[in-house]
Design a protein around this ligand. Structure first.
Ligand code: V1P
Ligand code: CA
Ligand code: ZN
Length: 393
């Protein structure tokens, strides 16, 4: 239709479940599953589904979720009833069971279906990468990196990424997890803390007192005990407000490049949280669609099997822009994408700014002041390179 054809010599699979998109966390909650509908609509209007295999994944079973999450947590998640009157932010209760029911992780109608369909998409993606039916598998409904074995955290209830990586480990000796969400990927780091088969690397805003979740300092690199296999296998890149495309790309290439050289991953799991874009309702960075997508392009060039996950992203039109552009990068059809959003795109008016024609790359939001001096960026690169001297695979 727009000349977007299947990429030659490799295959992209796309995993969704429309069931997931209709759930609501509550009126004032920043997480809007509807952003997935908006993203899919933009991806469709560019004709991208013609160039990939599209799957509506079944929900993950209790047993599949149980490969990471505890029985008692899952039992509770499957049976707990939503509260008739939603709790307000001020009256947050500190003794919540499994951290469920507060303002971050509310109990809403259909919660278990929401969680199991999100995990189902990411598990489906992992299975396709395992059996070589996909070179790149996409699960924009996944990427919920804060969920713990027996606890919900930061809008995440089930850690679909951990479940997908566990699946990849059945077929690949080493998996590299990269996280470009503006928040620290603490749940994934914790799950693989003691193994040298997974290296985790998160780029995030770091301000322990004032920014969620408060973990992920530069010298948090896994277990301190050298006899623990996981030592040196957690890489953290703590950043300040306002980082730009140029600085981020330089850091990303130099950190990920060195990791690939020393760790020699056999597959990549890339969490593409879109809250690291400029203008995000919760984020603090200045990344443009171009700079965010550059990370996907860099990983693709490595030529390793890969899963792309979604994650955060609280300005829905910008989320749709970034994930559409990154789907195009996976399909290697960037040059076929007209920056003016096609006239037939449903909800096209959501992308319009003032009197201008709506475009794919021009995101909404004021730029933030850059508080990342070049000297600090150099220090980060140096620290990471020193850590990786201990790693040899
Ligand atoms: O800051 C907190 C908690 C609540 N305080 C006691 C500390 N929570 C954050 C959670 C952010 C989660 C991000 C998830 C992801 O990484 C992956 C999907 O993107 C939070 C924030 C904030 N500005 O950081 N919760 C909320 N805002 C919130 C606002 C309105 C209603 C409900 C929650
Ligand atoms: Ca991150
Ligand atoms: Zn986030």
């Amino acid at each position: 239709q727009y000349g977007i054809v299947r990429p030659k010599g490799y295959n992209v699979t796309f995993h969704t479940n429309p069931e997931m998109e209709k759930h609501h966390f509550g009126q004032t909650h920043p997480m809007k599953p509807w952003r997935l509908t908006l993203s899919k609509s933009l991806i469709m209007s560019y004709g991208m589904p013609f160039a990939m295999d599209n799957y509506i994944a079944r929900a993950a079973t209790f047993e599949e979720l149980n490969n990471y999450h505890s029985n008692d947590y899952l039992d509770y998640l499957a049976t707990v009833q939503p509260e008739p009157v939603p709790r307000d932010v001020e009256s947050a209760n500190p003794d919540l069971k499994f951290n469920l029911g507060g303002s971050d992780c509310p109990l809403f109608e259909g919660l278990y279906d929401y969680c199991s369909t999100s995990a189902g998409g990411s598990l489906d993606a992992a299975r396709k990468v395992c059996n070589r039916e996909a070179d790149i598998a996409i699960s924009w409904g996944g990427g919920l990196h804060h969920a713990k074995k027996a606890e919900a955290s930061g809008f995440c209830y089930i850690n679909d990424i951990v479940l997908a990586i566990l699946q990849l480990l059945r077929c690949y000796p080493r998996v590299l997890y990269i996280d470009i969400d503006v928040h620290h990927g603490d749940g994934v780091e914790e799950a693989f803390f003691s193994t040298d088969r997974v290296m985790t690397c998160s780029f995030h805003k770091y301000d322990p007192q004032n920014f969620f979740p408060g973990t992920g300092a530069l010298d948090d690199n896994g277990p301190k005990n050298e006899f623990n296999a996981g030592a040196h296998h957690a890489i953290n890149v703590p950043l300040n407000d306002g980082i730009t495309d140029e600085q981020y790309a330089m850091l990303f290439d130099s950190v990920v490049g060195k990791i690939v050289e020393t760790f020699r991953p056999s597959a990549i799991a890339l969490q593409c949280g879109a809250d690291s874009l400029a203008g995000d309702r919760l984020g603090r960075f200045n990344l443009q669609v171009q700079g965010h997508g550059q990370c996907v392009a860099y990983c693709k060039k490595l030529g390793l099997p890969m899963i792309l996950f979604g994650g955060g992203g609280y300005t829905p039109r910008n989320v749709a822009r970034a994930w559409s552009w990154e789907t195009a990068i996976a399909l290697q059809c960037e040059d076929k994408i007209n920056p003016i959003i096609p006239a037939h795109t449903p909800w096209r008016d959501h992308f319009r700014q003032e009197e201008l024609l709506p475009t794919l790359e021009q995101i909404v939001g004021e730029p933030r002041q850059n508080k990342n001096p070049q000297k600090r960026i150099q220090e980060i690169v140096q620290h990471v390179h020193e850590q990786l001297r201990f790693v040899q695979h």
